[in-house]
Write a protein that binds this ligand. Sequence first.
Ligand code: GLV
Ligand code: GLV
Length: 328
Amino acid sequence: MKIFVSRKIPGEALDRLTKSKHEVIVSEFDRPLAIEEFLERAKGADALLILLTDKIDGEVIDAIGPQLKIISNYAVGFDNINIKEATDKGVAVTNTPSDEVNEAVAEHAIALTFALTRRIVEADESTRRGSYKGWEPGIFLGSNLCGKTFGIVGLGRIGSITAKHARGCGMNVLYNKTKPDRKAEKELGIKFVKLNELLSSSDVVSLHIPLTEETRHMINKSRLSKFKKGSFLINTARGSIVDEGDLVDALREGVIGGAALDVFDNEPNINPELIAMENVILTPHIASATREARNKMGEQAVSAILDCLSGKRPENMANEEVWPNRRT
Ligand code: GLV
Ligand code: GLV
């Protein structure tokens, strides 16, 4: 069967595919493909291994052909794929959540938190510019985390690990999710609150929800106005959860104290005003960029394809309900 891989991924997982009995085509470009380039190579494929930079909807699925059985997304989030249309057409969609990737993203959220509260990036840049003239009592004053309140929006796997780390730093942790999770509350020593209460009580707010129609631009002007004055926003989830224009206004007007963003509304483009702000830290969508996480993501993305093509239900399905009605 034919497998199309839209971009080479790090690690050795791809070897398992290329050594399998299947015909494997890996994009020759080390960049996202334009849709025409993508279709030209993917047409006739039984399986796709794609990245979050590839956008897949029903039209793309139809253009690839009725033999397409599985879309293996090399990512935890799958907002780049129209799941409903894939499901309606009988195409399985899988993603790559694992302890390794969940830890990596949670650790990045905490790293960004420290970087903001201790002004690590500003201080580093200033030191490199040669401005360090000896110990001074008043330079780069930040704030302690211990004793402060950390608010987690979305207590899934990544949110729960982030909660554990925040607790480890001596912070009080509040969380919001669709329904309270009493078991997690006991285990982690955290407290459920309504979203607005979380925003107004937290010194740091970290987003750990998927991008859906309900969460798109959820952090907008009205929600930002609820934030505690001087508080920080951390986003390692999806850029479009935040209205970037409203965030720029909130930062400029001092409604919030700073933001650390790993994801953006219109990647790879970033609002130039954010780039110009000193109280903003920007990383290029690297929260899962550890060798441990990326190796595991590759293993899972490859296993999903090999399992599906041999008739075995893949481990991490984004649309489990498709399995009895899938294309074979
Ligand atoms: C990265 O953003 C992912 O969803 O894995
Ligand atoms: C700082 O270096 C201190 O000794 O307080």
